[in-house]
Ligand binder design. Structure first.
Ligand code: HCB
Length: 214
């Protein structure tokens, strides 16, 4: 089966919220030796964006979003361990990443974490709904080059500002670069809160993370 066919199947599985189809597609990607990164970037992610737009326009219900997210997560979990290490460059730096407290959205953050690993970063993924103090503790403990946060909701963006303030107060901010992302965030928000960088998607994250550690 061609890569294009599998991209189509990936999109359809997310749009239909069909976990079984997502699983079958992901297993086929592995057995056919196709790069999972292409399937994530060209199939799964655009389909999830379409679902998000459908939800915003009230064409898709919340349970519809949930099954789409489950199909996407299933496919990523199967493909993640097979993401090619040939693309893995020499070690680039260390990143601590997580989704801000109160926010359970983690699909995009997971993709970002995976892509950073692929391109040579050591990534400590703290998961989702992560309290700000946990980010601060991890920065103290791991001494990463970058701390990245994800916020998908206007209600959780404030946590990114709080992280800037708490890192300052703990005397840690000068030793770590900060990066934000997620649908609720923008470059303007990054500027406003004094964050070093806003990244729009996983590719942008890798490019900007490399810039930040230079
Ligand atoms: Co959710 N949800 N949701 N949701 N959800 C959003 C985010 C809304 C925008 C939908 C809408 O109203 N239009 C909205 C938030 C509105 C707002 O605050 N402005 C919303 C809401 C309101 C909610 C609930 C409150 C709904 C409810 O219960 N009434 C609830 C949240 C509960 C909570 O968190 N406490 C909820 C629940 C859900 C699920 C569970 C059904 C599911 C999440 C499943 C999961 O993540 N495990 C879900 C989903 C899937 C979405 C949408 C449809 C898609 C999000 C997504 O996965 N996109 C989203 C609509 C949208 O975003 N337009 C909707 C695909 C990924 C690949 O994109 O933007 O996350 P991404 O990540 C990109 C990019 O941002 C960047 O790179 C990624 C890869 O390209 N990036 C980073 C991300 N993080 C980064 C960090 C970095 O450091 C750097 C770059």
């Amino acid at each position: 089966m061609s890569k294009e066919d599998l991209i189509k199947q990936a999109k359809q599985a997310v749009l239909d919220g069909d976990e079984e189809a997502a699983e079958a597609m992901a297993k086929k990607v592995i057995s056919e030796g196709i790069n999972p990164v292409d399937i994530i970037n060209e199939g799964l992610t655009p389909a999830m964006t379409e679902v998000g737009d459908g939800f915003a326009n009230e064409e898709i219900s919340l349970p519809g979003v949930l099954v789409a997210a489950e199909a996407m997560t299933t496919a990523i979990e199967i493909m993640e361990p097979h993401i090619s290490s040939e693309e893995t460059a020499e070690k680039q730096g260390t990143v601590v990443i997580g989704t801000i407290e109160g926010d359970i959205h983690d699909i995009g953050k997971r993709i970002v974490a995976t892509m950073l690993r692929v391109y040579g970063f050591e990534v400590h993924d703290l998961g989702r709904d992560v309290p700000i103090d946990v980010f601060v503790e991890k920065v103290k403990e791991i001494k990463p080059d970058i701390v990245g946060t994800s916020s998908l909701m206007t209600t959780t963006m404030a946590g990114q500002k709080m992280l800037e303030e708490k890192l300052q107060a703990a005397g840690l901010r000068k030793n770590v670069k900060t990066m934000i992302g997620g649908a609720a965030t923008t470059q303007e928000w990054a500027n406003k809160i004094g964050c070093d960088c806003y990244a729009e998607d996983a590719n942008d994250t890798v490019l900007k993370a490399k810039e930040l550690i230079k």
